[in-house]
Design a protein around this ligand. Structure first.
Ligand code: BDP
Length: 685
């Protein structure tokens, strides 16, 4: 198995009894009409069921007299209209010996069709099955960081899947399979290019190419969006400025937007990274992010599209606490954005670290719809060599309580619009997808794409259950094997945190590449790109004091949150060094001193990779040999690199703490100099 089919494998079910039951319930698929999305739903069901059940499943217009089939139908009353995103919801129920999949929209029927397939793939009964489901979040997006030259920023799975030189004439079949995969997990939007955007996509040369991709996505209920380069009116329009308040600039964007909609009538809208990491933006003209976003919203005019404006900004000079900067720029703009604007906020205040506290903007901008952005590509999580299942990370953020309107004001409720009654809502995952045959490089990385989509649909789902679902659909139906793979996935992120950044350490990875450890990094392009800026280690202790005696970033949160994290004595250890500078000899509530606890976590974390390997080995008899070997080899690399992280961090922090490695752990056999040499290799051009 080369992994290409993802979770849409549809191999013949092994259990003959079960198969026979499904066969009786899936003799045909009935649907009428010519709607392309409805046609997709029927075709996907046919394809999936024929594979799983090994019998012909004709698509027909009538349900016949005897029943025993699956009926797809548009029905405005299928989902209560007051349910958020009701139009995309589906209802599945039995009627006259048929299973009916009904929705107010063809896209909803498609999602229901995939739910039927998932049900069969995971062994649930079809007879008597009744379910109603609507997505809790409206814009469920994949953000590609793909460049026009085919590279992918922070991509570890080959090159871009988009072949610009072949478009629009040649449509790689992979585009369709990509659309199928997204639709099957409920995703409905794709930003096809990098936030560090090229103006190229907006040219008359490239718009037909983008339109061709949109044409592939459309029958799967997916809309295409573009990241835009803020200075495009200068680069493409020959204007002297990109000032959002300049009428010529406004006219340029309005005309460009009309041109896009002529080519792509269902174009989704714009994603913008402005005044961040060297990208131009409205602040270049002393305008605010709201001025910029609102200008684009006006340009969209009557078109059905949105602006997703990123809040990932931090001061160009690296002064201050980066933790606070997006908040300082954006929070005062709450209430100033056009209704077509959503502000897109990363899960944490710094940058996709293995564990971050939730971003303080969540709960602080009640009048602005906030899109949650998470990173599926493992930029800071070991690329495609470390197994890190992100379900728990995403869920941890969604469940974090902002206390914005008292207890229970979770990030999920901010994002799904229920807390502040927003109709526009969104969630975005930065793609971990590339041109390699198995899409994600690490075969287990597929689970991150999968879990993201499922949580985007319903954030109340359990990440462990999603891991099980994914493993069953993608790897094996053997129950014991699925259990050990689920355990592996479920624990993988917390193990990664332990051997890389325990106790709330963050941003101590290799310079620019963001791979491997480099906690000693003290000089970089700017202070907030170093490691010492974040860990603040010295002879006394370790950690960034973000309380009132330090940067006071903690004050950005509600009092109840401040109380939770505000005292080193009571702060959960997972967040300790995010907020406190703690003495090396300070006893923690585990009974160990900070230094000993740090060592304890690095050592046990690194050793736990052996446990991951054991889980994988236990599943071996039930796994495809090719997939087994691939993951097993990657786990070996992970083991080796976990020791690398451990030794680098223990040895470096030891130069500050001046304490021995506590028993029963043996001190590293290599020296810090050995490790630094190894890290330098990654910094060579
Ligand atoms: C950082 C990445 C950088 C991205 C940036 C972003 O290192 O490549 O451009 O995020 O999100 O983590 O804009």
């Amino acid at each position: 198995d080369d992994g290409y089919r993802l979770w849409l494998k549809y191999d013949r079910l092994a259990d003959a009894g079960q198969c026979a039951q499904y066969q009786r319930a899936a003799r045909f698929v009935a649907t009428t009409g010519t709607d392309p999305v409805l046609r997709t739903a029927a075709a996907e069901l046919q394809r999936g069921l024929q594979g799983l059940l090994g019998q012909p499943v004709p698509v027909q217009a009538s349900m016949g007299a005897l029943g025993g089939g699956i009926v797809l139908k548009l029905d405005r009353t299928a989902i209560d209209a007051s349910t958020p995103n009701a139009a995309e919801g589906y209802r599945i129920y039995s009627e006259k010996n048929n299973l009916v999949v009904a929705s107010p929209s063809a896209a909803g029927v498609l999602y229901g069709a995939y739910a039927v397939l998932r049900r069969v793939q995971t062994g649930g009964a079809l007879a008597g099955w009744a379910v109603r489901s609507a997505p809790r979040i409206g814009h469920r997006m994949i953000n590609h960081w793909d460049n026009p030259n085919g590279t992918v920023e922070r991509g570890y799975a080959g090159s871009s899947i988009w072949k610009w030189d072949e478009l629009p004439q040649r449509l790689d079949p992979r585009y369709t399979d990509y659309a199928r995969a997204n639709a099957s997990i409920g995703l409905n939007g794709v930003v096809i290019n990098n936030v560090n955007a090229s103006a190229r996509y907006l040219t008359p040369d490239y718009l037909p190419k983008v339109a061709a991709l949109a044409g592939v996505m459309r029958p799967y209920g997916i809309r295409v969006y573009l990241s835009v380069f803020w200075a495009a009116p200068k680069v493409l329009g020959g204007l002297p400025t990109a000032d959002p308040l300049d009428p010529a600039v406004q006219r340029w964007w309005a005309a460009k937007t009309d041109e896009i909609y002529r080519a792509i009538p269902d174009f989704g809208g714009f994603l913008v990274k402005a005044n961040s990491e060297g990208e131009p933006g409205p602040q270049d003209y002393q305008r605010t992010h709201a001025d910029g976003a609102n200008m684009l919203a006006k340009a969209l005019g009557a078109h059905d599209g949105v602006v997703m404006w990123r809040a990932f900004v931090y001061k160009a000079d690296g002064s201050g606490d980066r933790f606070k900067e997006a908040y300082q720029d954006f929070q005062p703009l709450d209430g100033k954005f056009d209704p077509k604007v959503l502000v897109q906020v990363k899960n944490g205040p710094i940058d996709f670290q293995a564990r971050e506290p939730f971003h303080p903007l969540f709960g602080a901008m009640p009048r602005t719809p906030l899109v949650l952005e998470v990173q599926l590509t493992q930029e800071y999580l070991g690329f495609a060599t470390h197994a890190v299942y992100l379900g728990p990370l995403i869920k941890e953020c969604l469940e974090a309580d902002t206390y914005a309107q008292g207890p229970g004001s979770t990030v999920a409720k901010v994002v799904d619009g229920s807390l502040d009654r927003h109709a526009q809502t969104g969630i975005a995952g930065v793609a971990n997808i590339g041109s390699v045959r198995n899409w994600t490089g690490h075969p287990l990385g597929q689970a991150n794409w999968y879990a993201f989509g499922r949580l985007a649909w319903d954030h109340t789902l359990d990440p462990g259950a999603l891991a099980t679902e994914w493993a069953r659909m993608s790897l094996t139906t053997n129950a014991a094997a699925v259990r050990s793979i689920t355990a592996l996935l479920d624990q993988s992120r917390s193990i990664y945190v332990r051997y890389t950044t325990p106790l709330g350490l963050h941003h101590i990875m290799g310079e620019s590449i963001h791979y491997g450890p480099q906690p000693w990094l003290a000089k970089a392009g700017r202070p907030d790109w170093t490691a010492v800026y974040y860990h603040r280690g010295d002879s006394l202790g370790l950690g960034f004091d973000r309380t009132a005696t330090g940067s006071n970033a903690l004050a950005l949160y509600r009092p109840a949150v401040q109380q939770q994290w505000g005292s080193a004595a009571t702060c959960p250890l997972d967040y300790l060094l995010w907020f406190h500078h703690v003495g090396w000899q300070q006893p923690l509530r585990t009974g160990r001193t900070l230094w000993n606890e740090l060592c304890y976590r690095y050592y046990t974390g690194a050793d736990s990779v052996a446990w991951l390997q054991k889980q994988w080995a236990a599943a071996r008899p039930a796994l495809d040999a090719e997939v087994y070997a691939d993951v097993a080899a990657r786990l070996q690399i992970q083991q080796q690199e976990a020791y690398w992280w451990r030794d680098a961090c223990v040895l470096y922090f030891q130069t500050l703490a001046r304490q021995p490695v506590p028993g029963p752990f043996a001190p590293p056999t290599r020296t810090l100099a050995d490790i630094k040499r190894q890290v330098q290799v990654y910094q060579l051009k």
